[in-house]
Design a protein around this ligand. Structure first.
Ligand SMILES: Cc1ncc(COP(=O)(O)O)c(C=O)c1O
Length: 587
């Protein structure tokens, strides 16, 4: 085993053929000499015909073999357990994606260390990467706890082999992965001590849950776009109005050429149009393909695992996801409370900020609450933030709060404030993907160096430029949105027990009655009627199970939503049994 450098990290990787010889010797040592499961042989080496097909994952420290685990994938037609039992008698073991995990073995010297946990975890991650569905194992009675702890369940069948008794166990890969994911501190510890050399990442890349489930009903392959008329996508906050006629004309006029042509590399024209429309210097602007693109670009560049970040709670879920699951840094939260309509208390903010953070993320107006901190007050609070702390102000919905509410200009002259401006929701361009950052020129220049060429499609650049040239059209749509939202809010508030939070943007946060159906049930029932809503519970730790976020649409669509929601509400209120059975199915 080669590993010239001294290290305290345990290497985990697939064993080479040469390393297998050492594994077979260890196998003999443990299973023949120590446990007496097999007869000893003169070669002092133990292997079997399945080894042609098995893979072995090893753990080693400074060139010393610490342990190994073997996996038999499907496709060979048999598994090691077939020597001891008839698999047909166990319906759980019938599927095609069945993997056997075998021979989890750790040498004496490493038995009290992390090696066993690492090997078991490595086996699971490898099987996950192969899209395996189910794991089966036989666990030695003496170490059964480990197997049960990671989610394997006993099938009530014992196997005797030589002097050793085993228990037959199985679990779906999803169940084991879910279970192991909950061992946060153990996984963090394992990650610190391992030199992970498998070609699967240590952690399965996570994704943030967004609205957008409505596309399942339309079909993500776009073959039946006409189905969009049958559904209402109030789970995402896309504009209810179309883009400006100028945008449509610019795209329709030259569509074939726009599709086949490479855009200006650095979105130069789009940047100039933003600068003109917002009265900002172009060097303070960095374009991107939607603010999601810019969030991933900047936050991953600025932050490391040892960074400390402050976010609001509740807030837009992508931030917690990127920080906790992608960057994996420390995240503190300012809890916004219902009693205060989830408004940010700026005195509390000043106290918390003084602790010293690498980054503060503020979504203003905030989602899912629709609450807004007026520009003057926010600027005053941000002037007091230590210069070493970057502040990210997400202004996706700012136009709804007022024409003069953006902090863009403030950001350009600041040392540490960046505004992230999505053009998706307020210019009706969610499908186009256009956004920009606005902040200190040096900071933008640094990010420009890692922004890929043609970051924004030509269609999106042309659409963004045309949209910025038609402020009157959009101002009229925002005014209409306020009227639509207020009417919709009044009607929703009239539903028995519903409390609707007054918000400034194109969505409403609703608290459902605590003794009625929860948000997950309402979402499910409305979805069956073509209405997609967002259960807001996961967007904040204190929102609970009875909060819904609903996008505001045009008058006719709001009426349709109200009919569906009140029909469902009346039915549920008159049939409490149905509610409890639905909720138990959900949980
Ligand atoms: C607060 C907030 N920021 C950012 C985004 C992402 O917007 P996009 O990537 O379309 O610019 C959203 C989308 O819902 C949002 O609500």
């Amino acid at each position: 085993m080669q590993n010239p450098k001294t290290s305290n990290q345990i290497i985990v990787r697939i064993a080479t053929l040469a390393e297998r010889e050492e594994i077979y010797r260890l196998r003999h040592e443990v299973y023949a000499r120590e446990l007496g499961q097999h007869a000893q042989n003169k070669m002092g080496s133990l292997h079997d015909p399945l080894d042609e097909f098995n893979i072995y994952i090893l753990a080693s420290l400074n060139g010393v073999l610490a342990g190994f685990v073997s996996i038999t994938p499907p496709g060979f037609g048999s598994y090691s357990v077939d020597k001891y039992l008839c698999r047909e008698n166990f319906p759980e073991l019938a599927g095609e994606g069945l993997y056997e995990v075998r021979l989890l073995t750790v040498t004496n010297r490493f038995r009290r260390r992390e090696a066993a946990g690492l090997l078991m975890y490595a086996a699971l991650r490898w099987i996950e990467s192969q899209n395996g569905e189910r794991i089966m194992a036989i666990g030695r009675r003496e170490v059964l706890d480990l197997y049960v702890h990671v989610g394997l369940e006993k099938l009530g069948h014992q196997i005797r082999s030589g002097a050793v008794t085993y228990e037959l166990l199985t679990a779906t890969v999803v169940r084991m992965a879910e279970r192991i994911k909950s061992f946060t501190s153990l996984l963090n510890r394992l990650e610190r001590v391992v030199d992970w050399q498998l070609d699967v990442p240590f952690r399965k890349p996570a994704a943030c849950f967004h609205g957008g489930a409505f596309f399942d009903a339309i079909g993500p392959d776009f073959e039946h776009l006409e189905r969009r008329h049958r559904i209402i996508n109030a789970d995402v906050l896309d504009a209810w109005f179309p883009p400006s006629p100028r945008v449509l004309a610019a795209l329709q006029q030259d569509l074939p050429w726009l599709l086949r042509t490479s855009p200006p590399t650095g979105c130069e024209g789009m940047v100039r149009a933003i600068a003109r429309a917002r009265d900002l210097p172009p060097e303070n602007i960095l374009p991107g393909a939607g603010s999601s693109d810019l969030i991933f670009l900047a936050l991953r560049y600025w932050l490391t695992r040892s960074s400390r970040v402050l976010i609001l709670d509740p807030t837009y879920g992508e931030y917690a996801h990127v920080l906790e699951h992608v960057v994996r840094c420390r995240v503190d939260r300012i809890g916004l409370v219902r009693e205060n309509n989830y408004q940010l208390d700026l005195e509390q903010f000043a106290r918390v900020v003084a602790r010293g953070y690498d980054l503060i993320v503020l979504v203003n107006p905030n989602s899912p609450t629709g609450q807004h901190v007026p520009r003057g007050r926010l600027e005053e609070a941000l002037r007091k933030v230590p210069a070493a702390t970057r502040v990210w102000v997400d202004e996706t919905y700012i136009e709804y709060a007022g024409a003069d509410e953006s902090l863009e200009l403030f950001a350009t002259v600041s040392a540490n404030v960046v505004v992230c401006k999505s053009m998706s929701k307020v210019y009706a361009l969610s499908g186009a993907r256009a956004a920009y950052l606005c902040g200190p020129a040096g900071m933008m220049e640094e990010l420009r160096a890692i922004n890929p060429p043609w970051a924004v499609s030509l269609l999106a650049q042309v659409a963004a430029v045309a949209a910025l040239q038609d402020p009157a059209y959009y101002a009229a749509r925002y005014a209409e949105t306020h009227r639509l939202r207020n009417e919709f809010s009044e009607r929703l508030s009239a539903l028995t027990g519903w409390e609707v939070l007054p918000g400034v943007a194109n969505f409403l946060l609703c608290h459902l009655p605590d003794d009625g159906p929860d948000a997950a049930t309402v979402v499910k029932l409305c979805r069956a009627r073509g209405l997609f809503l967002r259960d807001a519970g996961a967007m904040g730790r204190a929102l609970g199970k009875h909060t819904l976020r609903i996008a505001v649409k045009d008058t006719e669509t709001n009426e349709r939503m109200l009919r569906i929601i009140s029909g469902m509400n009346n039915r549920l209120l008159s049939n409490a049994n149905e509610v409890s059975s639905l909720q138990s199915v959900e949980s």
